[in-house]
Design a protein around this ligand. Structure first.
Ligand code: SAM
Length: 212
């Protein structure tokens, strides 16, 4: 492992150093299987019955890293934006996603305001990139960004190693953080994890609750 000077994953510099030295063990090098399958299941328009006007559904990919999923969402017809606060990650993503490079934005998740309401947030290796004491803020931001009925979908990492990243969740802790605002709709094991996440990753879909 290279000798890094920055050990604080709250900072963009931490991630810059790892991208710059090509030390990215979390990087899958492509689109994970359950997302690819899910993208084939439906038309990403708000009006599938054909009444006018229909519009494409929008997805945000926070902490996108190399951002392969951006291309997959765009090719499936989604109005997708990927953000990352590390300039080096943004460069990596722009190189990886070819024609969709303008949809990669350098931005801090906690400050970024999407230009239109979101239908979906895609999660992979973003929550676990942050120390656990930041998680209530992450959940709060998901709640602010997702309207009622919208989805938080993707991969969640479970582990009890106090050191990270990646910082794994304890199931009970995650449910406790999420359950006031989200219903868990899908929860499945992942068969095609890369080594860092092997056996500890689950595919989950959390639906933003409607107000009572
Ligand atoms: C472990 S990497 C995962 C990258 C990508 N999601 C993947 O699956 O390969 C975490 C990424 O989150 C980014 N990140 C961390 N905190 C962030 C923040 N507050 N705002 C935006 N990006 C952030 C880092 O720069 C890094 O690229």
């Amino acid at each position: 492992m290279p000798d890094f000077t920055n050990r604080d994953p709250r900072t963009a510099e931490f991630w810059d150093q790892r991208f710059d030295q090509q030390f990215t063990p979390w990087d899958r090098g492509g689109v994970p299987g359950q997302l690819a399958g899910w993208l084939q299941t439906g038309k990403p328009v708000s009006d599938p019955q054909g009444q006018t006007p229909s519009c494409r559904l929008s997805v945000l990919i926070p902490g996108c890293g190399s951002g392969y999923e951006l291309q997959a969402f765009c090719e499936a017809g989604w109005d997708a934006i990927a953000i990352d606060f590390s300039p080096s990650a943004v460069v990596a993503a722009q190189q990886a996603v070819g024609p969709w490079r303008e949809r990669v934005v350098e931005a801090d998740f906690f400050a970024y305001d999407p230009q239109q309401p979101l239908d979906l947030i895609y999660e992979r290796a973003f929550l676990c990139a942050m120390p656990r004491d930041m998680w209530p803020r992450v959940v709060q931001r998901w709640v602010q960004l997702l309207p009622e009925g919208a989805l938080l979908l993707g991969y969640f990492f479970f582990d009890n190693n106090p050191k990270g990243p990646p910082f794994g969740a304890d199931r009970q802790q995650l449910v406790q953080l999420m359950s006031a605002h989200f219903d868990l709709e899908q929860d499945m094991p992942v068969e095609d994890s890369i080594p860092v996440f092997q056996g500890k990753e689950r595919w989950m879909a959390w639906r933003r609750k409607k107000a009572l």
